[in-house]
Design a protein around this ligand. Structure first.
Ligand code: BG6
Length: 482
């Protein structure tokens, strides 16, 4: 099968906290993510993103010996970025989605001036991409709020954080406007309602009741919506030729069966876990179903008088989302599926990865069609991939046929969606190179088409090796055959 869209963007995505390392080099400060120690998982298929104990994080400040904080080390991209970008080019990537670490640019959150050394690092990375003719999509905040902002301002619960973020965004626009093609203010903005730590920089253990927690997470989310809208407004002035998008963790769910009570359960669940986020950023207003939910659950969000107008005037140019899996929904749910943001149950028709993420390429075609029908805005698949336990063989490679199958099956469904009439313009796999896992902190949950020789404790040479999928992707980029 031939992939039919010639100008489609193909590439890979990474996040600063999962690759850079150099956590305290050249003026960078700690982020909350770098305060999460590595704990080997007891049961891979049943682990969750949440950490509820604040002391777990605060131990990190004491820097006790014997504890390992993987996101402080990443895969040494800070010193090896040239080699990595050269490999991305060799694979045939024509777009790279990367993130910038706020804590490298404004280490104290409220510094008067940005950190020059941090800016230089990104200037070098972006130059490298430009020279290689690779388009760049930048995520400004990929779960990595500087700890200084958590401590001084209380993360995204405080509207002051909007101003700090805006100043950071202005610096990025001023410095990098001509080097970046697409901007995403936040990664997976719906994470705010799932993990307040990762999504908002607010410790879960702060809240005593469910209502307190829910109100706070929707408040923090609202502040992020406003921050995103203001960043778009500013970006359009400072970088008029760039495009601005959102990024939502998309979990497509199906009703477990055709019982209408399960169908309606699925519909209302989708409204809360998917549509609400897209509706606000793409249509520019809070939908009635969520207002009803807030009213019934006694969730009160403080809004300022201009907020409604700010949201309305600054909707996104395109919609990007991550898509790894799907799940099922029923009023009486059976066994739950695993995943970073799990909203449902197992599907008897799907296979799952070792971490329990259900593999569903057709779900991607369904998702693309749904999003296009609903919003009529260009779509971009910002993350998609499979994490697997892997080791190098005698030939210093990995025969990752399962990844080739995963990628090609998803590519075929993108092709089908395009034939359906969907306007989707690009895809960045998670990820071109093995990175530290966002949820589990493991290095051994490998997603890349490039193997990185580090184990969970950062032992190893750090050397890079091409897996079989690297050659497969390179070949696909030449002939676009699936
Ligand atoms: C997404 C995140 O939720 O999933 C990435 O944006 C993350 O940062 C990816 O790495 C895969 O999740 P994990 O937990 O397997 O690394």
């Amino acid at each position: 099968m031939k992939f039919i869209k010639d100008d489609f963007l193909w590439g890979g995505a990474t996040a600063a906290s999962q690759i850079e390392g150099a956590y305290n080099i050249d003026g960078k400060s700690l982020t909350l993510l770098e305060m999460k120690e590595f704990k080997p998982l007891k049961d891979r298929a049943n682990n969750h993103f949440k950490i509820t104990d604040k002391s777990d994080f605060l131990k990190a400040i004491e820097n006790k010996e014997g504890l390992h904080y993987p996101k402080r080390f990443g895969i040494d991209f800070y010193s090896r970025y040239k080699e990595d970008i050269a490999l991305f080019k060799e694979a045939g990537m024509n777009v790279y989605r990367m993130s910038i670490a706020w804590a490298r640019i404004y280490p104290n959150g409220d510094d008067q001036k940005p950190n020059e050394k941090g800016l230089n690092f990104y200037k070098n990375v972006l130059n490298e991409c430009k020279e290689k003719n690779i388009k760049v999509m930048v995520t400004m905040s990929h779960f990595d709020i500087p700890y200084s902002i958590v401590e001084k301002y209380g993360g995204w619960l405080n509207r002051k954080t909007i101003d700090l973020f805006l100043k950071y965004a202005e610096t990025l626009f001023t410095e990098f406007c001509d080097m970046v093609d697409y901007w995403l203010p936040f990664n997976e903005i719906n994470m705010a309602t799932w993990s307040t730590e990762t999504g908002l920089g607010v410790f879960e253990s702060t809240f005593k009741t469910k209502n307190e927690r829910d109100s706070a997470s929707y408040q923090g989310l609202h502040n992020q919506f406003i921050a995103q809208a203001k960043v778009i407004e500013l970006g359009k002035k400072l970088c008029p030729s760039a495009k601005f998008g959102c990024m939502v963790a998309n979990i497509t769910t199906y009703s477990l069966n055709c019982n209408p009570i399960n169908e309606i359960e699925n519909l209302t669940r989708q409204q809360k876990t998917r549509w609400f986020f897209y509706d606000v950023v793409a249509r520019g207003k809070y939908p009635t179903y969520i207002k009803r939910y807030f009213e019934e659950e006694n969730i009160n969000i403080q809004m300022e008088k201009d907020d409604v107008e700010i949201l309305e005037k600054n909707v996104v140019d395109f919609i990007s989302f991550s898509y790894y899996m799907s799940a099922t929904v029923a009023v009486e749910e059976g066994e739950k599926t695993a995943g970073n943001l799990i909203f449902g149950g197992k599907n008897p028709y799907l296979k799952a990865s070792e971490w329990g993420w259900q593999i569903d390429p057709i779900g991607l075609r369904i998702t693309l069609n749904e999003l296009w029908d609903r919003y009529q805005k260009p779509l971009f698949i910002a993350e998609n991939g499979i994490g697997v336990l892997e080791t190098l063989n005698d030939q210093n490679t990995v025969e990752d046929n399962y990844r080739i199958e995963y990628l090609s099956e998803h590519f075929k469904q993108i092709n089908e969606a395009i034939k359906d009439g969907v306007d989707v313009f690009g895809y960045t796999m998670w990820t071109p190179i093995d990175v530290v896992s966002a949820s589990t902190n493991e290095m051994s949950k490998r997603y890349g088409m490039i193997f990185v020789d580090y184990d969970d404790y950062h032992n190893g040479t750090g050397n890079r090796f091409k897996k079989k999928s690297f050659d497969w992707f390179q070949n696909f980029m030449k002939n676009k055959e699936l």
